[in-house]
Unconditional design. Structure first.
Length: 179
């Protein structure tokens, strides 16, 4: 028995080359209208052929983190516009969270408190000596005073704030604590 080799006819090759040329020309012609990116409200939106894709972004500008001790909330403003409101825990009875305004002095993706049994302080934004805004594992206590003086946040919220400070710079960030 002899085996036959199947060959693609020349017309198929010509058709494939033509189809690729048309596809390339069409995508180049449509490129400005097909992919469109916008940034609003901390999300970047990209539309491709009518499908929307979102990714979170840190808005750029002056960042103010205003912590209200009586409300146990932190509002984050960028250029005067509120972007986030997070529940916090500040100083419990017998401890003090200082009031005033500061610029962050240092950032640590992970820090451990030497003063309090090497307690983990993820995404720490230090603003006055040993005081910091940082994540906590005690998320059930958020919304009420529970700390030794720091501003505790849910770990995801601490990461968000940390990334905003890192992205915008410590010089462009203010931590403001009020009663």
């Amino acid at each position: 028995m002899t085996s036959k080799k199947t060959r693609f006819p020349r017309i198929s090759t010509a058709f494939a080359v033509s189809a690729l040329a048309v596809l390339a020309a069409t995508s180049l012609a449509l490129a400005p209208t097909v992919a469109k990116a916008e940034n609003s409200g901390g999300f970047a939106k990209t539309s491709v052929f009518g499908f929307n894709f979102f990714k979170t972004t840190a808005p750029k500008g002056k960042v103010v983190a205003k912590i209200d001790l009586s409300d146990q909330r932190m509002n984050i403003y960028v250029n005067g516009r509120r972007y986030h409101t997070f529940k916090v825990s500040t100083a419990r009875r017998g401890y003090v969270t200082p009031t005033g305004s500061w610029r962050p002095t240092r950032l640590h993706e992970m820090w451990h408190s030497r003063k309090y049994d090497m307690s983990p302080m993820p995404h720490s934004v230090f603003f006055k000596g040993g005081y910091a805004v940082h994540g906590t594992n005690s998320i059930s206590r958020l919304g009420s005073p529970a700390s030794h003086g720091c501003i505790r946040l849910h770990p995801a919220d601490a990461r968000t704030f940390y990334n905003m400070v890192k992205s915008n710079g410590m010089r462009n960030t203010t931590v403001k604590i009020v009663h």
